[in-house]
Design a protein around this ligand. Structure first.
Ligand code: OAD
Length: 253
């Protein structure tokens, strides 16, 4: 895979690199994406499984799906794309990692600070009093976890459709998009807002915007560079080429 020289130059000069990731970065870990032909939303109904209305209507169904997803995620391992992103956190004066993923694989790959726009699937809290819940949620089907403080319903700490994103997370993500020099959109269809606005904000504010995605997205015609390959292949190659480029520049000074 060819890495455009302009991209190597831009990241060599960058004071602040920001990365937005989506489900595609975890695809090579065996976790299904949402909107690909074999993705979750091709078979399942997001209104039933990922909305407050769906949870209220059938909490048993929602819990059995989340329990299944937690099992899949617990069995999965970070892939070379996650590890390359973790390496990048120490390569630039400033670095921001923003994810739409709830799987915590960035943390497990060693990323120290991750802005989680859509929450995470490993924590739970009370729907009513919002207290964190650390008890067992792996109850037999038909049994629902209950808040020991107020008796309310326990829910996964993810953001569902129609819900607000955590304010601190979206503010920090927007600030990074405004101020970064290079912005990577990795493994996302860029179809879900407000996350999908971040690459646009970055570009409007002068950042060099790069897409890493084997497929065409709504963003593909808009970006300054595209690495059309799976992130687990493209990002390690990028880091490798960047290392060679920096060495060459240093030696020619
Ligand atoms: P999508 O499923 O919408 O998009 C995944 C993207 O990853 C697609 O553009 C694929 O082409 C790309 N892709 C697939 N394999 C890849 C690989 N190995 N390397 C790089 N890219 C690859 O997932 P998201 O954009 O993350 O929200 O979806 C955004 C939100 O929609 C999710 O956070 C979730 C979902 O509904 C909520 O649940 C609130």
């Amino acid at each position: 895979m060819e890495i455009p020289e302009i991209l190597l130059q831009k990241i060599a000069e960058a004071e602040h690199v920001a990365i937005l990731t989506g489900a595609g970065v975890s695809a090579e870990s065996g976790i299904k994406t949402f909107r690909d032909p074999d993705g979750l939303w091709a078979q399942l109904n997001p209104a039933e499984l990922a909305s407050v209305e769906g949870f209220m209507a059938n909490p048993q169904l929602v819990w059995s799906w989340y329990r299944h997803r937690v099992e899949v995620i617990n069995d999965a391992k970070p892939n070379p794309g996650h590890y390359a992103i973790a390496k990048m956190q120490d390569m630039f004066p400033k670095f921001t990692l923003i994810t739409q993923n709830v799987d915590r694989l960035h943390h497990r790959a060693g990323s120290r600070k991750v802005i989680e726009l859509h929450g995470n699937i490993v924590e739970n809290h009370c729907f009513d009093c919002k207290s964190p819940f650390t008890g067992d949620t792996a109850l037999p089907d038909g049994h629902l976890p209950v808040c020991p403080i107020c008796g309310g319903r326990i829910r996964p700490s993810v953001v569902w459709f129609g819900e607000m994103l955590p304010v601190d997370a979206i503010e920090a993500a927007e600030e990074a998009a405004y101020s970064c020099d290079v912005f990577f959109s990795v493994g996302t269809s860029a179809e879900v807002y407000p996350a999908a606005n971040l690459p646009v904000t970055a570009k409007r504010n002068g950042a060099f915007v790069v897409e890493v995605n084997p497929n065409f997205t709504v963003l593909s015609g808009y970006v300054d560079a595209k690495l059309a390959a799976p992130s687990g292949e493209a990002l390690p190659v990028l880091l490798d080429e960047f290392g060679k480029y920096k060495k060459f520049i240093e030696e020619s000074l």
